[in-house]
Design a protein around this ligand. Structure first.
Ligand code: ATP
Ligand code: MG
Length: 419
């Protein structure tokens, strides 16, 4: 049966004491923003519940959009009728008749929020159930494991009837926990890490390091696409595109291959910290995981993290790869992540990176690279910012495109020269 309303339930934000009102408002704002393409809907908030009046806007599309609103625990498509016994009985019957396959068992649940309603809950159960049973002779009541649980919520302004509970994204409204920089590579892990951070209320700004001409335009486009997929869970995401070629080639020329990844990642973190400062971000989020690759042993993470003063959040650190892949599939980043375009880390990957880098050696090397600090500053100042909104297909900024096109032909030659 086509619903005319949707009843939304807020998740754990209802537990958050004095912050509750602020969180509720953030969820409301997010719902309104997400449902902007449906101008006829009306969203109201009463008694810790949010109700959407559909006014003929398409429920199926709105259902999918609502699944991307963090802070909602579940929702139900609802048929509203007058708060009068006869109307409730008829609507209950209409709902029970509307299933493609007629259910064998059911149960009625009544919530009598309007205490002035003339019938008490205990009277209502047989009045509603009996009415339906008398018209559907095959149907039986099963109070323990019914196929359909028909809920009737009676309020002053009307009765809300529903039989389905759709699980939503849960978590906290995006933005309620502040802003963090997400180091976004284009691989499978970092988009998932970003999504998990967003689910805990974090507004992310993505930071991507590219090494034109060694990495291709398509690799950047892939990161833009991933950012766009993530932006469906918030309003928009800023993507910082950091030119990393100079630093990476400079580090490569140090001819200390086993420490190259450690040095590169320390430089990436330094730059990300500087961008975080500019954007007032409170922490850095990465897709690092324990034990996946050489740079992700505990001792590597320790040496790499020494450059940071901000907290580094690693939502995936203890997860299994197949769990991460399942999440990537669920949030629809997987297909994009597995596209073959190479990331700057993969291209410069040495044969045997150290799994146990020595902090003193690394620091000494960095001190000898007198150019490093300047190049880091230059990378920060030459970072380009794109604002990515879900549904929009903004092109890569012209300045980047030009530099890609002119340099792409020489890519193979330069690669040869470097290795
Ligand atoms: P991912 O699947 O996210 O690429 P990974 O398993 O390949 O991760 P690494 O290559 O060691 O692991 O990268 C670890 C983390 O460092 C990434 O999850 C990401 O947060 C960050 N990172 C790596 N490369 C880049 C890049 N080019 N730009 C921004 N961040 C990066
Ligand atoms: Mg990677």
């Amino acid at each position: 049966m086509q619903p005319d309303h949707i009843l939304l339930r807020l998740g754990e934000i209802t537990l958050k004491g004095r912050n509750r009102t602020r969180f509720e408002q953030q969820v409301m704002t997010h719902i309104r923003r997400t449902l902007k393409p449906y101008p006829k809907i009306e969203v109201t908030r009463t008694f810790g519940r949010i109700i959407i009046r559909l006014n003929n806007e398409p429920y199926e599309e709105i259902r999918e959009a609502l699944k991307k609103v963090f802070g909602l625990s579940s929702f139900s498509p609802v048929v509203k009728c007058a708060a009068a016994l006869e109307d409730i009985q008829q609507t209950s019957y209409a709902i029970m008749k509307s299933f493609a396959e007629e259910p064998a068992t059911f149960k009625v649940r009544v919530k009598r929020a309007d205490k002035k309603f003339p019938h008490r809950t205990q009277e209502l159960l047989p009045l509603i159930g009996g009415y339906v049973l008398s018209r559907m002779p095959e149907l039986k009541v099963d109070v323990h494991q019914p196929q359909v649980e028909l809920t009737v919520e009676i309020r002053e302004e009307g009765a809300y009837l529903f039989s389905e509970i759709v699980q939503a994204a849960k978590g906290l409204p995006v933005g309620s926990s502040g802003t963090c920089m997400l180091m976004l590579s284009g691989g499978i892990d970092s988009p998932v890490a970003g999504w998990l951070a967003m689910r805990r209320g974090i507004q992310i700004e993505a930071v991507h390091f590219h090494s034109y001409p060694y990495t291709s335009e398509k690799a950047t486009q892939k990161v833009i696409d991933l950012t766009r997929i993530l932006s469906a869970y918030t309003d928009q995401i800023k993507l910082h595109l950091v030119p990393f070629t100079e630093i990476q080639t400079g580090l490569k020329q140090m001819k200390k291959d086993n420490l190259l990844i450690t040095l590169m990642r320390r430089a990436m973190f330094r730059i990300t910290e500087k961008l975080a400062e500019q954007q007032n971000a409170a922490a850095i989020v990465t897709g690092e995981n324990l034990g996946q690759v050489a740079s992700q042993t505990l001792s590597s993470l320790q040496v790499i993290s020494k450059v940071n003063t901000l907290p580094v959040l690693r939502p995936l650190v203890t997860m299994e790869k197949d769990e991460i892949i399942r999440l990537a599939e669920k949030i629809e980043t997987y297909e994009t992540s597995i596209l073959p375009y190479e990331d700057c880390c993969t291209i410069f990957l040495p044969k045997s990176p150290s799994t146990n880098p020595n902090l003193r050696v690394v620091e000494k090397m960095e001190q000898e690279m007198h150019w490093l600090e300047d190049e880091i500053e230059k990378a920060v100042s030459q970072t380009e910012i794109m604002v990515i909104k879900s549904g929009e297909h903004a092109p890569v900024q012209t300045s980047v495109q030009t530099s890609v096109q002119t340099s792409i032909q020489t890519r193979d030659e330069e690669m040869d020269a470097l290795f």
